[in-house]
Design a protein around this ligand. Structure first.
Ligand code: AMP
Length: 145
């Protein structure tokens, strides 16, 4: 059964290109729509939500920079229209699930580092996204650089 709408999540590192390329190839053979999402994790979250200062200006800068990086990343894929690029604030798992539901996506594509041992305990976004996902999830294995 072909997919109709594929959502690919990118952390905007160089590693994301193979993830994007896999999603694009799948979209092509299923004649599916492809959407791209990057989530900016609020600084307060990164510091455990316990920062006694106003981070709003820094967060705006962080968001603006992420927008530039997303546009530059997406620029490599000219067939991806502006309305197919999403930039949101929050926790990657929650935001990816929310967007997949809102957009009626039937496949989420993420990269996976295939961690072992201690690194596995720290968790991975791919693992996180899999749990409670509203649709199928494909974890594209990222090669060690
Ligand atoms: P990780 O295991 O957390 O390094 O992340 C692996 C994959 O999760 C990446 O290749 C992306 O597909 C996805 N991912 C991680 N962080 C984000 C983010 N902030 N926004 C969107 N996708 C992300």
């Amino acid at each position: 059964m072909p997919y109709h709408h594929i959502l690919v999540a990118v952390d905007l590192t160089e590693e994301c290109h193979p993830v994007m390329q896999r999603a694009q190839a799948l979209a092509l053979c299923s004649q599916a729509k492809l959407s791209l999402v990057h989530i900016v994790e609020p600084m307060a979250m990164a510091f455990g939500g316990d920062v006694p200062m106003d981070l709003s200006m820094l967060q705006q800068q962080q968001f603006d920079q992420a927008r530039e990086r997303l546009d530059s990343f997406a620029g490599t894929y000219p067939q991806l229209a502006t309305e197919q690029r999403h930039l949101t604030y929050g926790q990657p798992r929650q935001e990816i699930h929310r967007l997949a539901e809102d957009q009626g996506c039937d496949l989420i594509v993420v990269g996976s580092h295939g961690r072992h041992g201690l690194a596995l305990l720290l968790g991975s976004t791919a693992n996180d996204v899999l749990h409670g996902a509203p649709c199928d999830v494909l974890a594209v294995r990222l090669k060690k650089s």
